[in-house]
Design a protein around this ligand. Structure first.
Ligand code: GLC
Ligand code: CA
Length: 556
């Protein structure tokens, strides 16, 4: 059986994957209809972003009933069929566990807000006002204060995300047991595990201190609270330990290399793996409107090396370039205009040869790009909408609109959420209906699955080959990782080795050719013909077998 360390995860954003009933919203039957595609691709684990009942303030990350399916996505019978269909094809299925907060429309919150002595009051975090205002200076990750006054009882509730996402009170053992019961419900159905949303936020500092200005918008500030490991170990004891092959991926929101092994260390009995945010779109703070300059390649390489070092043989990570919270990786680090095939396949090579369990985000396997949104109104994401509202409220300067759009066009989450591009039919073959819930990227006419199935060389086919090769190459799973040229400005060169079998990966992150002495056997390359010996062309990537005696970069 493939262990989680040998596996590759594929993330599905159900709203945008495939629509089966022409309403413009992706759904479970849409996913069922594409299971063969996913099995052919060669991934092992499907992670579904939330599919549960939700008013969709944050596209399903605000759950109003953890045990029923969002009607727009289908029924429980559809889900059972999807799970069975995945299993028949040897695919595992993991669900998104969103238990730092629920929706304010969850029955628990509806009860909780009715009176200070309601039995559900302690399912959430309620505090009285402090000098007529919020209980402390905590800020929401979606702009504005993290506290909302609820008129009914005259107290404030905590919401680290949107107002419609009240934080659950993990100090309450009754709430914890409700969550464990719900997890068992899904695992008993045969679900293979969970991706755990903002899991390091569950435990809050019970003194609820004010944070120094400049820190209160930082994503590390609220993470890794005093009881987090006690809670995760309890969850393991009560639930996970009873399902031997269960797969758990923590969203390592605010987790640093110093803390990571506390979550994923072999003997900790917490999680299998975690993914960090250190290479996410740089911002001074988590706040939307503070983008910082993009990483240089040496900075990016340093992040990857640092995490491999920190985990060593103690813990494990999930490695990703894209997900539903980041813009498209091809638009960040590739050249979608001049070298779409070369740069998308180069990025695939680097992702799928890292030490860790790679996560492919839907659409990256065909080289989907950021979407040109022309108006603020075309965005859907609450993060963008709230940031825009906050900006307008603080500053009515019309010039700000252009600047805001420019920022959003670079970093907004909606770039990853536009419908999957299946063909050049209207609406990219995502739906038969006339409309889609979010704009379709106009480049679907030439970037789509159908065309890439037909072409001899395509990003999709490259992914398939590489995934097949990776599966049978143990050095790519638990092999060591060594950066060979950490300071090189445009080449990422590293070695993966296991039991005397050594591979070298060379990837050119620029259109400028570079000369690297690399005269060993090429196993995989994204250029059809070998070039000049040792010359890496624009966005060229090669996997070589055997050790390089020496690397001779043309610059260092
Ligand atoms: C996680 C999710 C993100 C969501 C947030 C609140 O970061 O990945 O999409 O908005 O948690 O649930
Ligand atoms: Ca639909």
């Amino acid at each position: 059986m493939t262990s989680f360390k040998q596996s590759v995860i594929y993330q599905i954003y159900p709203r945008s994957f495939a629509d089966s009933n022409s309403d413009g919203v992706g759904d479970l039957r849409g996913i069922i209809s594409r299971l063969d595609y996913l099995a052919d691709l060669g991934v092992d684990i499907l992670w579904l972003s939330p599919i549960f009942q939700s008013p969709n303030a944050d596209n399903g990350y605000d759950i109003s009933d953890y045990e029923s399916i969002m009607p727009e996505f289908g029924t429980m019978a559809d889900f059972d069929e999807l799970l069975a269909g995945a299993h028949q094809r040897g695919l595992k299925l993991i669900l998104d566990l969103v238990v730092n907060h629920s929706s304010d429309e969850h029955r628990w919150f509806q009860e909780s807000r009715t009176s200070r002595d309601n039995p559900y009051r302690d399912y959430y975090i309620w505090k009285p006002a402090r000098s007529g205002g919020p209980p402390n200076n905590w800020q929401s990750f979606f702009s504005g204060p993290a506290w909302k006054l609820d008129e009914q009882t005259g107290e404030y509730y905590l919401h680290l995300f949107a107002e419609k996402q009240p934080d659950l009170n993990w100090e309450n053992p009754v709430l914890r047991q409700e969550i464990y019961r719900m997890m068992r419900f899904w695992l008993d159905k045969g679900v293979d595990g969970f991706r755990m949303d903002v899991i390091p936020l569950l435990s809050k500092d019970q003194s609820f201190p004010d944070y120094p200005e400049g820190r209160y918008g930082d994503l590390t500030t609220y993470a890794n609270g005093p009881r987090i490991h006690e809670f995760l170990q309890e969850m393991h004891r009560e639930v996970l330990a009873h399902y031997p092959d269960v797969i758990t991926v923590g969203e390592g929101f605010g987790v640093s290399v110093e803390q990571v092994n506390l979550y994923v260390g072999k003997d900790r009995h917490e999680l299998n793996m975690i993914y960090h945010f250190d290479h996410a779109v740089p911002r001074d703070e988590y706040r939307f409107m503070d983008p910082a300059p993009e990483f240089t390649l040496p900075e990016l390489k340093a992040v990857f090396a640092k995490w491999v070092d920190a985990l060593a043989d103690i813990g494990w990570q999930n490695v990703y370039f894209g997900n539903h919270d980041n813009p498209r990786v091809l638009s960040r680090f590739g050249d979608p205009v001049n070298f779409p095939y070369e740069s998308a396949t180069m990025l695939a090579t680097v992702l799928l040869t890292q030490r860790g369990t790679p996560g492919i985000y839907q659409g990256d396997e065909i080289g989907m790009t950021n979407c040109p949104f022309d108006l603020i109104g075309e965005y859907d994401d609450i993060q963008v909408k709230n940031a825009w509202r906050a900006l307008v409220a603080s500053d009515a300067d019309p010039a700000k609109e252009a600047q805001f759009l420019q920022t959003a066009n670079r970093i907004a989450r909606d770039h990853a959420r536009t419908p999957m591009q299946w063909s050049d039919a209207p609406n990219a073959g995502f739906t038969d209906g006339p409309e889609t819930w979010l704009k379709v990227n106009p480049n679907y006419t030439h970037i789509n699955v159908k065309e890439q199935e037909a072409a001899t060389n395509s990003v999709l086919k490259f992914y398939r080959n590489l995934l097949r090769w990776r599966r049978q190459t143990p050095a790519m799973h638990e092999g060591t990782y060594r950066d060979l040229l950490p300071g090189h400005p445009t080449i990422w060169a590293y070695e993966r080795a296991l039991y005397g079998e050594t591979f070298v990966v060379l990837a050119n992150f620029s259109e400028e050719p570079s000369v690297i002495d690399a005269s060993v056997d090429v196993v995989i390359s994204n250029y059809p013909m070998p070039g000049e010996p040792g010359e890496l062309r624009a966005f060229e990537a090669r996997i070589l077998k055997g050790q390089l005696e020496q690397l001779m970069p043309d610059s260092d």
